[in-house]
Design a protein around this ligand. Structure first.
Ligand SMILES: CC(C)(COP(=O)(O)OP(=O)(O)OC[C@H]1O[C@@H](n2cnc3c(N)ncnc32)[C@H](O)[C@@H]1OP(=O)(O)O)[C@@H](O)C(=O)NCCC(=O)NCCS
Length: 163
């Protein structure tokens, strides 16, 4: 169901995920990555085994089109998993998920958004740049499947109050 402030007919919206979304999340993950997270990982996140974990889903034309798994880490939010189903890509779904992240983070007075992305992942890096993230650091040989480097990207939402 769309959130109450949107009409039933809204083409694209983002909402917190529920356990019933698990199959769609797993399908999108498997369609998006060579080494997908296991189903049990997402199930645990949805069941709040880790109380810091949140998943949001984007619904487009009545289908779960993408999802984002992120953690509350003090006054930061760390994005762990982010994917859009191949048939819904380049339609603004990724951007809608990041807009939602900005919205909920600002509501919580969050200071920083953080994520890691493969150096070769041009699509994702462009998406994140467009949402206000910048390259902060490189973790050498971060990904165990091919030894690829990760770029750490940050988005600063507010300055820290330091003495
Ligand atoms: C990266 C990904 C999430 C983008 O999602 P999306 O819904 O297609 O992105 P959007 O339609 O919201 O695109 C927003 C902007 O991102 C950039 N972008 C998205 N896909 C791009 C691509 N293939 N090449 C270059 N830029 C791209 C563009 O700037 C785009 O704006 P534009 O369409 O006006 O040019 C999607 O391609 C995906 O799921 N990839 C596989 C999983 C993955 O890599 N996840 C990220 C792990 S860190």
């Amino acid at each position: 169901m769309p959130p109450p402030h949107l009409p039933e007919s809204a083409r694209l919206y983002v909402r917190p995920a529920v356990l019933a979304d698990l199959d769609d999340i797993v399908e999108i993950e498997r369609a998006s990555f060579d080494a997908p997270w296991p189903r049990s990982g997402f199930r645990d996140e949805l069941a709040c085994v880790n109380s810091a974990a949140r998943i949001a889903v984007a619904v487009r034309d009545g289908e779960i089109a993408g999802f984002m798994n992120y953690w509350h880490v003090d006054d930061e939010r760390h994005v762990l998993n982010f994917a859009v189903h191949p048939k819904h890509r380049r339609c603004g779904v990724g951007r809608a998920l990041l807009d939602y992240l900005h919205e909920v983070a600002r509501a919580d007075d969050v200071h920083l958004l953080m994520l890691e992305v493969r150096v070769s992942n041009t699509a994702a890096r462009e998406l994140y740049r467009g949402a206000g993230f910048f390259d902060f650091d490189v973790r050498k040989h971060y990904y165990s499947d091919n030894g690829e480097d990760a770029v750490v990207m940050l988005c600063v939402l507010r300055d820290l109050d330091i003495g």
